[in-house]
Ligand binder design. Structure first.
Ligand code: HEM
Length: 139
């Protein structure tokens, strides 16, 4: 029951974070092409102001619940080494932790990322992570 609750929290927080990246990358990018620079800057400022309240917290929740799920799902390593599930889950977890660390350092500590300063790469990473999270159970 607790596992289910944590998993639902994980999925919802990831949904908020992924939704933010989707809007930022696809919807706002489209607006940038049609709106004047002043109008676009104004829209972007509002978007930033309102998403700032929720999105960084959702990312923190995604990382914490992810670590808890990992603890529960990874299982023990057999004598033959890591299973395919454990390998893919580890890759997914590393990518998720990297995203989480980068976001937390940037928003809560004002440390700008060394790589991918825009939101394009986090968006691509989230798509990869979601893909990995689905195939890891079936390989
Ligand atoms: C923003 C980054 C992340 C995204 C987009 C993401 C996305 C997802 C998604 C979509 C699922 C599939 C849920 C399902 O189909 O039932 C999932 C499951 C899972 N995630 Fe994440 N996740 C992220 C971060 C993390 C982190 C940092 C960890 C661990 C350190 C983690 C560990 C897990 C585990 C262990 C599961 C499998 C739970 C199970 O046993 O069913 N995730 N994640």
């Amino acid at each position: 029951m607790i596992y289910l609750f944590i998993k639902i929290l994980h999925i919802f927080s990831v949904f908020i974070y992924g939704g933010f990246l989707f809007t930022d990358n696809l919807i706002l990018m489209k607006m940038q092409k049609t709106l004047s620079k002043e109008k676009y800057d104004e829209v972007r400022a509002y978007f930033k102001e309102f998403t700032r309240v929720l999105v960084p917290k959702a990312l923190v929740v995604a990382v914490i619940t992810g670590v808890l799920l990992f603890h529960n799902s990874f299982g023990s390593v057999s004598e033959d080494g890591l299973s395919n599930f454990q390998i893919v889950l580890s890759i997914k977890a590393i990518l998720g932790l990297w995203l989480g660390l980068r976001g937390i350092l940037q928003v809560f500590f004002g440390i700008q990322p060394f790589f991918f300063k825009s939101h394009k790469l986090p968006f691509i990473l989230v798509i990869i992570i979601i893909f990995l999270s689905q195939i890891m159970f079936n390989i």
